[in-house]
Design a protein around this ligand. Sequence first.
Ligand code: SAH
Length: 233
Amino acid sequence: MLRLPPEAHGLGMTSQRARDRLIERLATPRPEDRRKPITDRRVLDVMRRLPRHMFIEDALASRAYEDDALPIGRAQTISQPWVVARMTEALIEHAMPKKVLEIGTGSGYQAALLAALVGQVYTIERIDELLRNARRRFRKLGIENIRSKNVDGKLGWAEHAPYDAIMVTAAGEALPAELFDQLAPTGVLVAPVGKPGAQKLLRYRLIEKESGAMWVGESLGDVSFVPLLSGLD
Ligand code: SAH
């Protein structure tokens, strides 16, 4: 259940109107935005309700409903709303997953969005301080279907595998084999892959070939993410 915060403090840009404007821009981009409209109503409807300003510091709250990535401390960012919407749309396009693993909790915004759409979300973050902040936000919003852990996400979270879907929200030059091992055969994995400045958003699905089944990645366009790092911090 997504418990919505009182909008009494919704001065100007933290208000429902600011959120509505952002959703409109995602659904109907301007020509200068040069990108695909977000068409999945389920994603747009949750983003219209989800208070992004609660996932960033108060000092930046006035910018919460601009379509930009914003700093969340420790050199990390909350992803740009369009990218969050696009990744989520790609993840649920063919079937609504029941159980999702997210790598890179960060602010917790993406996990909260997924939690409003799917049955159970597992999310892992290597920086404990960020994870603690994210958990506080989940509690405040009354979100009860997210389990989280402070581990290196490159290893996945084997205990709860297989997952119907895995979303990676930091970019590696290659995807760890462990993640595919933990994905159901009907599953989908969405991840940014590549070097800084040359990353593509990829969606992997298992495709039957004459030589056997293999995970094949389809490009959903160019993106820019913080790096997928190893170990804890
Ligand atoms: N999904 C987040 C985006 C955060 S940015 C949000 O909605 O706000 C990516 C996050 O991935 C950062 O917090 C970073 O610390 C984390 N990260 C990077 N490498 C990681 C790894 N190997 N395991 C877990 N988290 C990782």
